[in-house]
Structure formats: structure tokens, C-alpha cells
Design a protein around this ligand. Structure first.
Ligand code: GCB
Length: 888
């Protein structure tokens, strides 16, 4: 075929386009670089304010917190003070002449940054990112960064208090951002300066608004910005351009003409379709690309209605999900982004479509994952429980709100900005009514300022405040009328009342404020997966109670259209240093454990909300079970209409599935039990299997070397860190075993509601063994065959407060300090008539809430078995737990 001139020309054009595209690529790859500098920092705490020079440093990697381990110890409190991080920067010579920024994901909570001894920046607040410009770099391999981070209490920085641990440190990623002298940036808010929003979205059309900030350090250049909108396949869907005036100064604000899109693919939980906007900053004269920023955006429209709830893209959608704290087992808040993304995946897997990012903004990776997976979000700043009435607190709060909005503005997943959580919880000036009025006015004032700021900065989202159950208090304080949505944190059936009160209580709230959209921003019950109960009660922390609680709440939430959404508290357990209870320093309201193992409650949500056919043996993870009889409860959690249960090859009678759960009483055999649950969906078999080890007590004690472990004064069952099962105690009856006399420990006249005592018990990881006891017992008896036995007694003084030391204490000085002193109790203990413990005064000898373990042997030669008797010398004897083990 002859080569025509036209063909030749098009070939040359092609070559030209190709080479210029390549050249542009080359420019592009140089235009903006983000380089992680997480590795190899030197760190030291500075408890005595010695300053960075005289400290001893250890090598660490970022993310890092200095509290990861001191919250794991048995001591209350954690280091709140200064820590220094240092690092020598290795800079490439090709970066000379470029602008270099240091980008911090966050640092808790006050930060100062020094370069070669000179202070170059600072930041207040522990949960938003910030950017510091690195100028006057020497490029000699010795440029040194020192970052001083301080997590001390500061009355001007939110949060002042809260039910979570304020881990200190450089706990989110740190990177260098290398850009041309002309580049996009909004340094004030720590963003890349490009803000994109999809406006006027309908099913047929949408508009893309692009605006932002750039810096031109070269004075003379005329600049062009070019944004293209591409779909998932990379097709160009729209384009817009902007040209600066040649005389424009150093810091330039820009706004591009809008891009119009027809028939946009809408973003939703079912189809989280993301477009991308590529925004280029171009030297108009040379066409060189100076900077490039890629932003994912989603088209969606939404609204809240006080009666009808939430609507997304014109359809009614119930927001269902959880709140999330950012820490993880043994890591504190220094959690790699990949693990944080996993949390969002777990929420999605559960069938959730809503994440309350609480109580503070979190890693960008979290919202990126929400965009990608179709999870709608609410993000808030950490004003929790109370405020400080000073200008600095107000200003810091507003700065945080602005940083939060700017840093997360582009995320399709964000629909709500929130700013206060239970701000009336720690009410100040309770005894000074006039002063209290002033305090309440200050809160209202700050709320209004934050509301106005939010609406002005981002009129496209809703605003919210989360309140605790004091509806009248918040209404009278003027706080209900300010935000567009009110979030209610409700705990009927946990902190007060019955779970069944939740629904009717909400009806009252809705009737009292019929024009206010509402979300249940919190509800939950502590579940410690080591604890089981046949007859669950509030505060026992059993899985069974948690299941009952969530069943009631889910049904009530689904029944009421006016509830726009609900977020369980919490997606996972989280650190809260000041908590004691069964797992000290941890709040157990998670649907997942601190290391993200699902609890039954998670499976329940999955059965309700994940549309995939699902069958799960309830407590399938409770692999080690024990009881005094072989007939035991077993549930199957499912979203199928019917399920079959097979136990050790035997098909069980059919049971109805009620509210996604079918319940059986099944017969366990001693040893391994094979369980299989199955159901059919559209001709497909859905199955779950579990292998459960069952130990029948006390029989097993007589036949094997198992020990029989008994919790006194408790109705719960507990699995300890050595996989030993502890069973609830019973009252002695002839021929059996149990206590004689005495009563379960109960705190009388206490405003605190608790199971036993929720004191942090020192010297053990197995607090539930010691948190209950029988008080005033005469004996513990157990009929056992003849033989040799080991008997271990466990004690802890549960009354009183103020001392937990192992040293004998001085009662008078405690009384002088206004501390509660335990009642006097001194007693002898006999084992089969032999005095084994003489004059035991637990509090005086060991302190309060300190675990004490004493082991004894005894030979049983007659039918009477084992008999422990307790003789009071003063006050009432106690016993918290005991173990009996046959040794011969
Ligand atoms: C709340 C708080 C949250 C707590 C939670 C609880 O209302 O907002 O920070 O962790 O209760 O578990 O008590």
C-alpha cells in the first residue's frame, strides 16, 4: 500500500503526541512526591524536662506511641508528658531547588518541630494532620529533625476527659512531600489544597466544583489549572480549565468553572462508584506540568427527615453500623493503616453502611476505605464531656473543626460533621446554680460558633451533636436546636433501666422534638468473651447478656422509621485506662475484641444486615465449655428461614428461627463434640462447623487431673488465661458440693451498679476470679472419693478504696485522707479440721483489691470429702474462689 502524505503526517503527529506525552509523564513523575519517613527515628521520653540534648534515645519506627505498653501493666495511669523524636534526613540532591514539606498524619497532642535546632512549626490537637515547610535545608546528610510531642493534660485542648486513653506520640504516618516551587497546598489546614465537591447531583446530572489554594514561589509565572474527570475505566467524562492573571501573587486561591456531568453513576453502599479528578498545575508558557493531584470523588445526594429518616439518592436507607476508636491490642493508637482499613472491611462484612468516626478524626486510610466500600460516615472533633471557658479552648476547638472539614472534605463517604459528645456529662458547678447557668451559656455559645463555622465552611453536609440521655438538660441548655441532627447515646438496659425501655424512650424523644432528625449515635453493653452465663444479667459482661441487649435494640431501631440511623458502641473493644471491671483499662462494648476477633454480637448484626446467606454456630468460638450437667444451650445465628443442627452425628429436633436465632438444648459428651449447622438457600448449602471441648464437672475431677475451679458469689462462668474454666458456685446440698452460710458480695447503697466489685485486681490478669466472693461463709464442702487433693484458695479484699499496695497500711492515715476503709475482718481457715491459715487479715497484710493465692494439700480418707471451714476472729470471713485438684 503506497504511503500517502496524509498517512505520513498522521504518523509524525502520533510520534509527536507520544513523545510529548512521555515528556509530560517525565514531568509528572517529578511534579509531586510523597516519601514515607516512618522508619528509624530516635525516641526518648522526657519526664524531668531535661530537654532533647541530654536524653538517651532508642530506635523506633512510626507509627509510635510511648503508651502502648504502660497501659498494659497493672498500674493505674499512663505517662502523660513530653517525648522527643529525632531523625537525620537523607535528602536526594535532585530535590535541591524544590519545595519540601513535612507531613504529619497526626501527633498527640501538642507538637513542636525543629530543623537543625531552629523551630519551624507547631501544632495543637492530637487527631488532625498538619504540614510544616522545610526551608533552609543544608543537604549535607546532617539535616536533623527534632519533634517534641506532649500529651500532658492541657485545659485549653479538647478532649479534656473521656472514656478512652489519650495515647501520646507520633502515632500516624510521617512523610516528606516534595513539590515544585509552584504547587498546590493549603498549609494552614494541612491539605494538598485541592477541594472538590459534587453539587446538584440527581439521577440525571451532576456538577463538579473544584477550588483550592496554590503557592507560586516564582513570582512571574502565568499558571493554568486543568482538571479532568475520569470514570473507573479511565474514560474522560469532563474537563475544566482556569488561567491565573500573570500578576497574581504568592498565595493564590482558585476556582475552576464547574464540570457538568450527565447520567452520573451514583455512589452508594451497594455500588460505591468513584470517579477521579486529575488536577494539574501547568506553566502556561512552557506547558510544563508543575504539580498534579488526584482526587477520588463520588456522586450522591442525601437528606435527613425528622419523620422518615435518611434518604440516599432518593431512596430511604437506614444507617446501620458502629462507632470506631482507633487503637488496637498491644499497639495503642500506633496502628498501621492496613489494620485500620481492615476495620472498615469488617464493618462492611457485618452488613454495616455507617461508621461514626468517634470521638475524633482518624487516619485518612479509614475514610478512603469508606469511600471505596460504600460506608457513609459522620466525623467529629473531640469535645467530650465538658469544656473550658477560655478563649484558647474555643479557638482550638474551631481550628480542629476547620482542619477536620478541610482534610476530609473530598470524601464521598462523609455526610455529617459533628462537634460535641455528651458535653453535659461532666456537669460543672452543680452546687452553684448561677455559675452553672454561665457555664451552660458558654457551652451553647461554643456550640453555636462551631455550628455557624461548619455550615459556612461546608454547606453541603449535615451537622450533629451527640448527647447522653438527659433530654431535658440538653433541650434546656439550647443544645438541641443548634445542630441539624441530634445524636442520642442511649444505654437503657446497661447504665440504667431495662433494654425494653429503649424504644418507648425514643418515642418520647421524637414526640418532644418532632422536627429534629435523629440518629442513635451510641448504644451498647460490655461483653467480655471470656465470660458466659446461663441466666445473664446486666453488668455480668456475658456474651449472652450482650446478645439479648442487641436483639432488643436492633428490633426497636428497625421498627421506627424516624430513627435515621444507629451506630453500635463500639465496633471493637478499646483502651480506656481509667476503667477497671473484668478487663482493666479496656471498654468491652465492642462487637469485636481489641484484636478484632468477632463476638456473637457481631454475628448477630451480620445475620441481620449482610444480605449473603449466613449460618453461624453461636458461641462457635467458645471452644472450651464446662458445666455440671450435659444439657446445654446452643444457638445458631442465621438469616435463613430454617436451619438444621447436627451434634456428634445426630440430627437435632427442628427449632424455629426467631429474630435470626434458633435455640437448642443439646446433649454434650465429655471430650470433643462435633457440631454442624446447615441451611439451604437457592439450592446452595450454607454451613458452619465447630469443635467444642466439653468438661463435665465435678465428675472429671474424680477421673482425671482436671482441676475443678469455682467462682464464689458469682453466677457467671469464666475462662482464664491458662484456658482453665471457672464455674459459678452453688449452695452445698448433701452428697454434692458448695458453700455453707454466707452471702454473695454486694456493694450496698452504692450509686455504682456493678457485678461483684469492678475493682482492678492487682497481681492477676484474671480479675473476674477475684471480683466476686462469698461474705460470712461458714464452710465450703465437697464430697469426693478417697485420695490426695490440692486445694487452692483465692482471696481479695473487695471493700474500701485508696490503697492497692502490697504493704500493710495505716488505717488512720487512710481515714485522714477521707478514704473508704474496709471493714475489719480477721479469720482462721481449716482444711478437714487442720488449721491451714491463721488470723488472716487480707486488707492489712496485702492491701485492697490485691489477688492472694494459697495452696494446700489434703488426704481424704473418709466419705466426708473435703471440708474448708472459716472461723471469724473479727468481722466476716470471705472467699473469692477455689480450685480442687486430685493429685493421687
Ligand atoms: C458514652 C460515651 C463513650 C463511652 C460510652 C461507654 O456515652 O460517649 O465515650 O465509651 O458511653 O461505654 O460508657
Amino acid at each position: 500500500m503506497p504511503i500517502t502524505f496524509k498517512k505520513l503526517l498522521s504518523f509524525f503527529i502520533l510520534v509527536l503526541v507520544f513523545t510529548s506525552a512521555k515528556a509530560q509523564d517525565k514531568n509528572l513523575s517529578q511534579s509531586r512526591k510523597a516519601i514515607s519517613i516512618n522508619q528509624n527515628w530516635y525516641f526518648s521520653k522526657d519526664p524531668n524536662a531535661k530537654g532533647s540534648a541530654s536524653l538517651k534515645y532508642a530506635l523506633v519506627n512510626i507509627p509510635h506511641t510511648w503508651n502502648a505498653f504502660d497501659v498494659l501493666d497493672d498500674e493505674p495511669g499512663y505517662y502523660r508528658g513530653v517525648g522527643y523524636y529525632k531523625k537525620k534526613l537523607s535528602l536526594q540532591h535532585t530535590w535541591k531547588g524544590k519545595k519540601i514539606y513535612l507531613d504529619f498524619g497526626a501527633a498527640n497532642q501538642e507538637t513542636e518541630v525543629y530543623l537543625n535546632g531552629r523551630k519551624i512549626g507547631n501544632h495543637i490537637g492530637g487527631y488532625t494532620g498538619f504540614t510544616v515547610a522545610l526551608d533552609q535545608l543544608r543537604f549535607d546528610g546532617k539535616d536533623e529533625l527534632i519533634v517534641k510531642v506532649d500529651n500532658s493534660y492541657n485545659e485549653s485542648i479538647p478532649p479534656l476527659t473521656g472514656d478512652f486513653t489519650f495515647f501520646g506520640g507520633l502515632y500516624r504516618n510521617v512523610s516528606l512531600v516534595i513539590v515544585d516551587q509552584v504547587h498546590f497546598v493549603d498549609q494552614l489546614y494541612g491539605t494538598n489544597g485541592v477541594y472538590i465537591h459534587a453539587e446538584n447531583v440527581t439521577n440525571d446530572k451532576a456538577t463538579v466544583e473544584i477550588e483550592g489554594k496554590l503557592v507560586n514561589n516564582t513570582n512571574s509565572k502565568q499558571l493554568q489549572i486543568n482538571s479532568i474527570l475520569i470514570d473507573v475505566e479511565g474514560n474522560k467524562v469532563g474537563e475544566t480549565k482556569w488561567l491565573s492573571a500573570s500578576s497574581e501573587g504568592k498565595n493564590i486561591s482558585f476556582k475552576l468553572p464547574n464540570i457538568s456531568v450527565t447520567a452520573p453513576k451514583l455512589w452508594s453502599p451497594e455500588s460505591p462508584y468513584l470517579y477521579q479528578v486529575i488536577t494539574r498545575l501547568i506553566d502556561y508558557k512552557t506547558a510544563k506540568v508543575l504539580d498534579e493531584v488526584k482526587t477520588n470523588i463520588g456522586f450522591r445526594y442525601f437528606s435527613f427527615d425528622a419523620d422518615k429518616g435518611f434518604f440516599l439518592n432518593g431512596k430511604s436507607v437506614k444507617l446501620i453500623g458502629a462507632s470506631r476508636h482507633q487503637d488496637f491490642a498491644k499497639m495503642g493508637n500506633a496502628v498501621p493503616s492496613a489494620l485500620q482499613v481492615k476495620d472498615v472491611e469488617l464493618l462492611k462484612e457485618m452488613g454495616g453502611n455507617f461508621l461514626r468516626v468517634a470521638h475524633y478524626p482518624q487516619d485518612q486510610a479509614v475514610l478512603d476505605a469508606c469511600d471505596r466500600l460504600g460506608i457513609l460516615t459522620s466525623v467529629e472533633i473531640p469535645i467530650v464531656n465538658e469544656i473550658t471557658e477560655n478563649e484558647a479552648f474555643y479557638n482550638n476547638s474551631k481550628a480542629m473543626q476547620l482542619e477536620m472539614i478541610k482534610q476530609n472534605y473530598n470524601h464521598a463517604s462523609v455526610i455529617i460533621w459533628a462537634y460535641m459528645n455528651e458535653v453535659l456529662l461532666k456537669m460543672r458547678y452543680g452546687k452553684e446554680p448561677e455559675r452553672k447557668k454561665v457555664y451552660l451559656k458558654s457551652i451553647e455559645n461554643l456550640a453555636q460558633q462551631l455550628e455557624d463555622l461548619t455550615r459556612k465552611t461546608d454547606p453541603t453536609r449535615y451537622t450533629m451533636m451527640s448527647n447522653h440521655g438527659d433530654v431535658t438538660g440538653y433541650t434546656n441548655a439550647g443544645l438541641v436546636k443548634i445542630p441539624m441532627i441530634v445524636g442520642w447515646n442511649l444505654y437503657q438496659g446497661w447504665y440504667g433501666g431495662k433494654s425494653e425501655d429503649f424504644g418507648p424512650n425514643l418515642d418520647k424523644i421524637h414526640a418532644a422534638m418532632p422536627d429534629k432528625p435523629l440518629i442513635i449515635t451510641e448504644y451498647g453493653a460490655d461483653v467480655d468473651p471470656r465470660i458466659h452465663a446461663e441466666n445473664p444479667i446486666r453488668f455480668d459482661k456475658s456474651l449472652a447478656y450482650g446478645m439479648e441487649y442487641h436483639q432488643i435494640y436492633i428490633k426497636d431501631i428497625l421498627k421506627r422509621q424516624f430513627i435515621a440511623g444507629a451506630a453500635a458502641w463500639n465496633l471493637s473493644d478499646f483502651s480506656s485506662e481509667t476503667r477497671s471491671e473484668t478487663m482493666p483499662s479496656i471498654n468491652n462494648k465492642g462487637l469485636l475484641t481489641l484484636d478484632r476477633q468477632p463476638k456473637n454480637t457481631y454475628f448477630l448484626y451480620k445475620a441481620y444486615f449482610n444480605k449473603q446467606p449466613y449460618v453461624k454456630i453461636g458461641d462457635g468460638s467458645w471452644k472450651l465449655r464446662s458445666a455440671t450437667n450435659t444439657r446445654q444451650d446452643l444457638s445458631v445465628i442465621t438469616n435463613l428461614d430454617s436451619v438444621i443442627l447436627i451434634v456428634n452425628g445426630v440430627k437435632q429436633d427442628k427449632k424455629p428461627v426467631i429474630d435470626h436465632v434458633a435455640n437448642w438444648k443439646i446433649e454434650f459428651k465429655s471430650g470433643k463434640n462435633e457440631l454442624e449447622a446447615l441451611g439451604l438457600k437457592d439450592g446452595k448449602m450454607i454451613k458452619d462447623k465447630s469443635l467444642i471441648d466439653f468438661v463435665l464437672q465435678p465428675q472429671s475431677l474424680f477421673n482425671s487431673t482436671h482441676s475443678f475451679n469455682i467462682l464464689l458469689g458469682s453466677q457467671r462462668q469464666f475462662i482464664d488465661d491458662k484456658n482453665q474454666i471457672w464455674l459459678p458456685s452453688q449452695v452445698f446440698t448433701k452428697g454434692s458440693w458448695g458453700t455453707v452460710g454466707g452471702e454473695p458480695f454486694k456493694i450496698k447503697n452504692s450509686s455504682r451498679q456493678q457485678y461483684g466489685a469492678d475493682k482492678d485486681i492487682k497481681g492477676t490478669l484474671n480479675d473476674p476470679i477475684y471480683q466476686t466472693q462469698i461474705v460470712g461463709l461458714d464452710a465450703f464442702e465437697m464430697v469426693v472419693p478417697k485420695g490426695k487433693y490440692e486445694v487452692t484458695l483465692h482471696f481479695a479484699e473487695l471493700m474500701g478504696n485508696g490503697i492497692q499496695s502490697v504493704l500493710p497500711y495505716n488505717l488512720d492515715s487512710l481515714i485522714a485522707e477521707g478514704k473508704e476503709v474496709p471493714p475489719q475482718r480477721i479469720f482462721d481457715v481449716y482444711l478437714n479440721d487442720r488449721l491451714i491459715i491463721k488470723g488472716l487479715n487480707i486488707a492489712a497484710k496485702y492491701g485492697i483489691a490485691k489477688s492472694v493465692e494459697s495452696k494446700f494439700e489434703c488426704v481424704v480418707t473418709d466419705e466426708k470429702g473435703i471440708r474448708l471451714s472459716f472461723k471469724s476472729l473479727a468481722g466476716k470471713p470471705v472467699l473469692n474462689a477455689l480450685q480442687v485438684k486430685r493429685i493421687k
